[in-house]
Every structure is written in structure tokens, then in C-alpha cells.
Design a protein around this ligand. Sequence first.
Ligand code: TPP
Length: 324
Amino acid sequence: MDVGKDKLLEMYRSMQRIRLFESRIRDLAMANEIPGFVHVSIGEEASATGICAALRKTDRITSTHRGHGHLIAKGGRLDKMMAEIYGKRGGYCKGKGGSMHIVDFSLGILGANGIVGAGLPIATGSALAAVVAGRDEVSACFFGDGASNEGTFHESLNLAAVWKLPVVFVCENNGFGEFTPMQTVTSVKDIAVRAQGYGIPGHIVDGNDVMEVYQYATEAVARARAGEGPTLLECKTYRWEGHVVGEQAFLGEEAYRKKTEIEEWKRKCPIIRFQQWCLEGGKISEAELKNIVSETDKELDEAIAFARSSELPDVSEVTDDVYV
Ligand SMILES: Cc1ncc(C[n+]2csc(CCOP(=O)(O)OP(=O)(O)O)c2C)c(N)n1
């Protein structure tokens, strides 16, 4: 696929922003500086990036409990995300949503979501709304392998197929739902085959290869925009960290996965892979890549300073912006 240098740089920046943001979040949560639960997607950066790189700003996404990467890839601001995760007033939801409820309608981000499988009908509804309103917009829906066993997955794929809605369903298959290996609770080896049951295309994608994700996403988005209906993409990937930050307790004798498996997947790091591909082909220089990392580190220092200095919301504001 012929991709210009600007796009490659944009994708590299997106993956590094996700990795570095979430690495900081993980460390801050372990230091008890961040309240509540945080789920990071370290190791899964290529799927969020490759999909969002194929979308327009006006296109929409729905996300999950593991949503920082999706939001960053769609253009989310790191300072407002950081403040939200700190529970501060300067955050996207004025500190009342936290990690799992970040929304930015101006960027087409319809929300992270703590309810597994909840994004599927929202994305389907958003695609229907676009068709009814005559807007040329595509909705991309991120969800996990666990969510593909929820009723919402099956209902959404069916309706989106029947009405040929402009949706791209993106299953990020990281092999586990919490501490349960996917194969022990899922009737098929590959989630992509479930597309056949709804008469739509389904593709298995190397979710650690950002260029492959981008290629499949470009085709699925074009198909959706042309009124030909939805596509299911299954991005095979792996999460390096626990289901939730602070999960070390589950790495003992009774662990649900082996350390060697984690190490094996670390060797397939999506960022290093893309970096090598860019350097080997002389597409991007090492200095350009390093510059992106140092710019992102600086952006993160500022985002953390912003979050720390932002105020906590007042108890009197608890029902503001909430339907009661
Ligand atoms: C409807 C619902 N059921 C159960 C849970 C508890 N829960 C939170 S995350 C999770 C696992 C989800 O697995 P998957 O969809 O594969 O996403 P991953 O965590 O692997 O990214 C579960 C069961 C929930 N939040 N919502």
C-alpha cells in the first residue's frame, strides 16, 4: 500500500502517544496517584492507530473500558484525558467520568464505556443516524473478544447488515476476557468467521502490524461510505499488562497465563516492528522518530502538571451534566 510520509509519521506518533501515555498512567496508578481502576492497552497500539488513521475527523468511534488508545488515535487531548483520569475538573468530563467514560463529540469520540459490549449498539445507532440525516460519516466500533460473546454483538451485526449501515466492527482479540482465556468461553477459534452468520465480510488481521490494519481499515471504511454495509475486522493482538493495573497478584503459580507467553508477544512489539520497517526502507530517519518520542514525553510532562494543578470537582456539582 502506497502511504505518504506524513501518514507514516502520524501513525508512529499515534502509537508512541498511546504507549507513553499509558506507561505513565500505569506508573502513576501503581504509585497511588490516580484513583479508581485503569485498564491499559500497551502492546495493542497498532489496531487503534491503524483503524483511526483510515477515518476522517467527522467519523465516529465507540470505545471500551480499555479505551485510552482509541481516544488518543482519534485525536484526544492528552492533558484533558490525564486530568479526567486524575478525577479533576480540567478533565474531559470535569473529573466525574474517569478513565472509562471519556468523551469528545467534537472529535467523533462517542465514549469509552465500562459496560462490555455496550459500544456495539451505540456505533450501529450512530451509523443509522448518519444515514437518516444524510451525513457521509462512518462509525468504527472497538470491542474485545469477550464482548463478541455478548448479545449486543450479534444484534448489532445483524441490524447493521440488514440495513447496510456504515459501520466497521473492530474486534481487538487479545486472547483474554479478564482472567479467562478466550478459547474456554468462545465457540469459534476466530471471531472473524462470525461475520458469515450475518452475510458480511469478516477478516483476520495481524493486529500488531499497523500497516496491515490500516489497509484493511481503509477498505472497510470505503465500503461503508459507499453504502455497501458493515465489515468485521478481527485484529489479533495481545495485552502486555494485566487486565487492570495492579494485577500482579494473578502472576503467581495460579496465573492464567505464562510469563513466557508475555515475553513472546513483547518480541512482536507493534511499535518496534513499524519503526524497523520505516527505517529499513529509508522512509523515515531515526532522528525524526526520536524527535516524536521526545515531543511526546514533553507533552506528557505538561499533561501531568496540568492534571496535578487542576482542582477536584466540588460535591455541589455532582448532578451537573447528568440526566437525573
Ligand atoms: C456487561 C459486562 N459484563 C461484565 C463486565 C466485567 N468485565 C469488565 S472487562 C471484562 C472482560 C472483557 O473482555 P474483552 O471484551 O475481551 O476486552 P479486553 O478486556 O480483553 O480488552 C469483563 C468481563 C462488564 N464490565 N460489563
